[in-house]
Each structure stands twice: as structure tokens, then as C-alpha cells.
Design a protein around this ligand. Structure first.
Ligand SMILES: NC(=O)c1ccc[n+]([C@@H]2O[C@H](COP(=O)([O-])OP(=O)(O)OC[C@H]3O[C@@H](n4cnc5c(N)ncnc54)[C@H](O)[C@@H]3O)[C@@H](O)[C@H]2O)c1
Length: 334
């Protein structure tokens, strides 16, 4: 059994804690949150210990790994401390808010050959994974175009918006990773963005709507579009196109029932509302992959370098938005 602890018992930490508590190969040893009541509530739900401090977790030999689901600005410090304590890490996206800090974190911990996996859960969605396998299996020939549509049902809470690092680092980061997952290394980024959803987001100096074009080193083009608001639910679609055709992965509804009437044709249930419902299987498969890799001593994927590469694209998108220019991405080893 792999002993695990969860750090951060907010929206996503609680979900992971519940999944870990049910995992056949895991013993959830403890949960921890800076806000003691958040940890106490999660611990009570699962019948596990709420740790009183991080030191308690680092010192516990029965904790082999930690799942970091705290606010993004704490990730690098917690990854470093966990690795120094000899723990394997599964860290939520993004790896950090600051690219330089993420890169120096890796320089500091790399010598320990640590296990650090990044929580890019969409790679584990069964439909997205199948689409990629068929693309890479050659079914539509060489990839020429990919379209990634990713629109949240509503903006996150104001407190979260203030500290999340902005649209590109917080939300588009998933799509930058998906672009790399489908098209490989990215060579150039061109971004436009707007504040169309909520003036309060603009007041924070952030955008809530964007259209981004990426050029992959392979020559393929990738388009990403994001909105912080989608009235019909959590809109998550992929399309890839090549000389041999097109592969698409669409939205998910609660049922497949379709209704036709005088008012509508083939009307379906609303699209599943948000990440917890839409990516239920993906979060479980992500944990399965982490646990299996740690048990077998195999490398994890996506790893720290994937986290840094996605963050690099988020930073480049910010630069492109600010300057109106296309930003080239260096091919230097990360
Ligand atoms: N992969 C996904 O689908 C997904 C979805 C949501 C959030 N996230 C990521 O997960 C992280 C958390 O997001 P959230 O929506 O759950 O946020 P949240 O605000 O709901 O929860 C964060 C929790 O971390 C705690 N915390 C903050 N600093 C801490 C520290 N130093 N030590 C211990 N606890 C600390 C807070 O008290 C809070 O309970 C973010 O990095 C976010 O980008 C990923």
C-alpha cells in the first residue's frame, strides 16, 4: 500500500482526497490545510487524520507520497520540501506562477531524481486519450490543424481569481499542455485576449476570453479558445485535422437521451457542468497512473518538465498579448 497525504483541502484537494481514500493500492494517511477547519472537515468525511503541521507529514515514514492541491503560489515551496523529505509528488497544475522560480526549483531538486507528476488531468480523459492514440496511430495522417475549445461555466470565486495568476497560467495552462500532448513541442505563440465576461476580472488586470494560435515544431497549427463563462455548461472539445480526415471529441451530457418537439430538434441534457463532473474518470485514471508508476519505480508522465513547458507557453502568451507580436519559443533543453 502506498501511504499518501493530501495538502490543501479546497475544491480539488477534497476530490483527490476522496479518490485516494477509495483507491485499492493507497492508504490515505493524513490531510493538511493551512485553514485547520478545511482539513478537519475533509478528515472527518473520510475518517482520516488531519495533520497539525507540514513537519508532521514530512517526518511520517508511512507517508510515501503527497498530493499538492494548495493555492498555486505555494506549489514550488511544497514540491521542494516534499522531495527533500523523500516523498513522491503529484502536484496540481500549474507548477508555479513564476517560470524562473519553477526552473530553479528543478535545479535544486533534480539531483535527488525525484518523482514529480503534474496534474494535467485532461490527458487522462478516455475520449481525449483515444483521440490522441488514433492521431498518433496515423488514422488521419500527419497532424495539420488542432482546435482546442475550453470554456468554463462561470468564473471562479473572486478570492481565487486574485491569486490564480491570470487566465493563461490558471486556465489556458491545461490547453497549452493539451497542445503539446497532441502536437508535440511548440515553436511560436500568438495570443489575443479580451475582458468580455465580467468587468471585475478586467479590474484585476486580467482577461476572461482569449484566442491563441500556436505553431508546433512539426509545422502543425493549434488554435485554443477560452472563455470564463459558458451558459450551456463546461465546454470541452477537441478537433484534429490532417490529409486523411478529422477526429473530434465532443462534450459529455448526463444521459444520451435526445428530445425533439415543436420547440427544438434532438435536444440533449445540458453539458456536464464543471471539472469535477466532466473529468471524474480522468482524475481517477491520473491517480492510477501515479500510483502504478511509483509502485513500479517507473517515470511519471506528465512530469515536472511538462509543467515547466506549459508554463513557458503561458508566459509567452502573456508577452504576445502585451506586445501584439508572435513570440518564438527557444528549443533549449529545459
Ligand atoms: N486539475 C484541475 O482540474 C484543477 C481544478 C481546480 C484547481 N486546480 C488547481 O488546484 C490548486 C487548488 O485549487 P482549488 O480550486 O482547490 O483552490 P481552493 O482555494 O479551493 O483550495 C486551496 C486550499 O489550499 C489551502 N492552502 C493554501 N496555502 C496552503 C499551504 N501553504 N499549505 C496548506 N494548505 C494551503 C487553502 O486554505 C485552501 O483550502 C490550484 O493550483 C489550481 O490551479 C486544478
Amino acid at each position: 500500500m502506498l501511504g499518501m497525504a493530501v495538502l490543501g483541502c479546497g475544491r480539488i484537494g477534497r476530490l483527490h482526497a476522496h479518490n485516494l481514500a477509495r483507491h485499492a493500492h493507497v492508504r490515505l494517511a493524513a490531510v493538511y490545510d493551512l485553514a485547520p477547519q478545511a482539513a478537519a472537515q475533509c478528515a472527518a468525511e473520510l475518517g482520516v487524520r488531519a495533520a497539525g503541521s507540514l513537519e508532521e507529514i514530512w517526518a511520517d515514514p508511512a507517508v510515501h507520497g503527497v498530493l499538492i492541491a494548495t493555492s498555486t503560489d505555494t506549489h514550488v515551496a511544497l514540491i521542494t520540501a516534499a522531495v527533500q523529505a523523500g516523498k513522491a509528488v503529484l502536484c496540481e497544475k500549474p507548477v508555479d506562477l513564476d517560470l524562473g522560480r519553477a526552473q530553479s526549483c528543478w535545479r535544486e531538486i533534480a539531483g535527488a531524481h525525484p518523482t514529480v507528476m503534474l496534474g494535467f488531468n485532461r490527458r487522462f480523459d478516455p475520449s481525449f486519450r483515444a483521440l490522441r492514440e488514433r492521431l498518433h496511430g496515423g488514422e488521419i495522417g500527419r497532424l495539420e490543424l488542432a482546435i482546442i475549445t475550453s470554456r468554463d461555466p462561470q468564473p471562479p470565486p473572486a478570492g481565487y481569481l486574485r491569486i490564480c495568476g491570470g487566465l493563461f497560467r490558471d486556465m489556458t495552462i491545461h490547453d497549452f499542455d493539451m497542445a503539446r500532448y497532441l502536437a508535440g513541442d511548440i515553436a511560436a505563440v500568438q495570443a489575443v485576449g479580451a475582458n468580455l465576461v465580467d468587468p471585475a476580472i478586467g479590474a484585476l488586470g486580467d482577461i476572461d476570453t482569449c484566442a491563441i494560435t500556436l505553431r508546433a515544431r512539426s509545422g502543425a497549427l493549434v488554435q485554443i479558445n477560452n472563455s470564463r463563462r459558458s451558459v450551456y455548461g463546461y465546454d470541452q472539445r477537441l478537433e484534429v485535422f490532417g490529409a486523411g480526415g478529422m477526429l473530434q471529441a465532443g462534450n459529455r451530457c448526463a444521459t444520451t437521451v435526445e428530445a425533439s418537439s415543436a420547440a427544438h430538434t434532438a435536444a440533449r441534457d445540458p453539458v456536464l457542468d464543471f471539472f469535477i463532473e466532466r473529468y471524474t474518470e480522468a482524475y481517477r485514471a491520473e491517480l492510477d497512473a501515479f500510483v502504478a508508476a511509483v509502485e513500479a519505480g517507473r517515470p511519471v508522465s506528465p512530469d515536472f518538465a511538462d509543467g515547466v513547458a506549459a508554463l513557458e507557453l503561458a508566459v509567452a502568451a502573456g508577452e504576445s498579448l502585451a506586445t501584439g507580436r508572435t513570440v518564438e519559443i527557444g528549443a533549449a533543453p529545459r
